[in-house]
Design a protein around this ligand. Sequence first.
Ligand code: HSE
Length: 446
Amino acid sequence: MSNSIKLAILGLGTVGTGVINLINDNLNELKRRSGRDIIITEVGTRRQRDDIDTNIMQNSDLMAIAASDNVDIVIEVIGGTTLAKDVIMQAIKNGKHVVTANKALLAEHGNEIFAFAEENNVHVAYEAAVAGGIPIIKVMREALAANKIDWLAGIINGTGNFIMTEMRDKGRPFADVLSEAQELGYAEADPTFDVEGIDAAHKLALLASIAFGIPLQFDKVYCEGITGITLQDVNYAEELGYRIKHLGFAVRRDSENDSDAGVELRVHPTLIPQDALLANVNGVKNAVLVNSHPLGQTLYCGDGAGAGATASAVMADVMDLVRVLGSKDRDDQSNTGHHVPHLAFIPDQLSDTPILRADQMVTGYYLRVHAYDSPGVLADITRILSDAGINIDAILQKPAHKVGQVPVIILTLPVVESQMNLAIEKIEKLETITDKVVRIRLDELA
Ligand code: HSE
């Protein structure tokens, strides 16, 4: 076969190495599917590696690779938002298509990067940036293109899900499971991105844009991590028929009152029914549940991190671009107007729907209140909730675990967060309450 497609891989960490291995393992399949030879011509690496094929040029100057005539597609897998941005802009300027797994970069600078790519008639493909190997970008941009998406909920950080699963199933300590996730190549360079929900927030910003046709707005994502989750709450939730998962939600809220209409973008631990499919997505698996009209709910599940899963997504993008590059007509080759827009909607059709503030968001709640064991305590708490118009769905009072103190667990129906804030403030002022109220959001996923 002639007309080889020439790839440059910038970064030889977990993902870059995974891409090289995938190409070696599946070379014949790639060729049979694309009709082209796919070869790696250059790799960007800080130091020379002796485990790389000698036909591949190794170079520490990534800006030079991004401009090289010997490269058709630049695969950026170095991560970070500084050098990665420079090399991607350089590649675009030099007419190269780009494949990236860099969710942080796209969530923070994607509006600028995509606009620059459109100006230069090239594509920046990013399947690997969200949910690892699950082809969720392709599904949402293409397969669901005829639907109006109402909401989506996803387990979109493999490390976090791995930690929560191991803690729940095996009672392993948090730090121990996190080190294992790092060794397995799941965790971010800075693992606080995983456990504080920042990585999930990056991915949620991308998913929300392609779901609703809004510009990327990472800075408006409400974000809570998993570090505050205790085994005690995991167990109470299970007793009440729920499981705590770390989820990202993007929800379209239509309202008669314009000031309450908008989009909720939030990442937080959430109680979901134990029998929900999402509740049973464990380990490093990710899953995204999309509710759209007229299709209804669909669930996409698979490995959300790791070399093989991420390389699969990177190479799926490469295969799409091979077809773009393969077009006979040069004008057609790089005319982005013929292809799915970066954010799924035509750029001038992106809407300015507001992102709602945290206190405007509507969710159910799990509350854990510690009170002195005295007559009327429960009545005081429930009165405050009922005065605030908050509907209690379930209540569980455990026998005193310390002398004279009882944990009271309350599940509520959905309520506007500002109302819940006021109610919690009042509950914490009761003389019978001994500690801060613990609250975790709850969603029936219906
Ligand atoms: N650190 C990420 C995760 C890698 O654990 O999901 C994939 O984006």
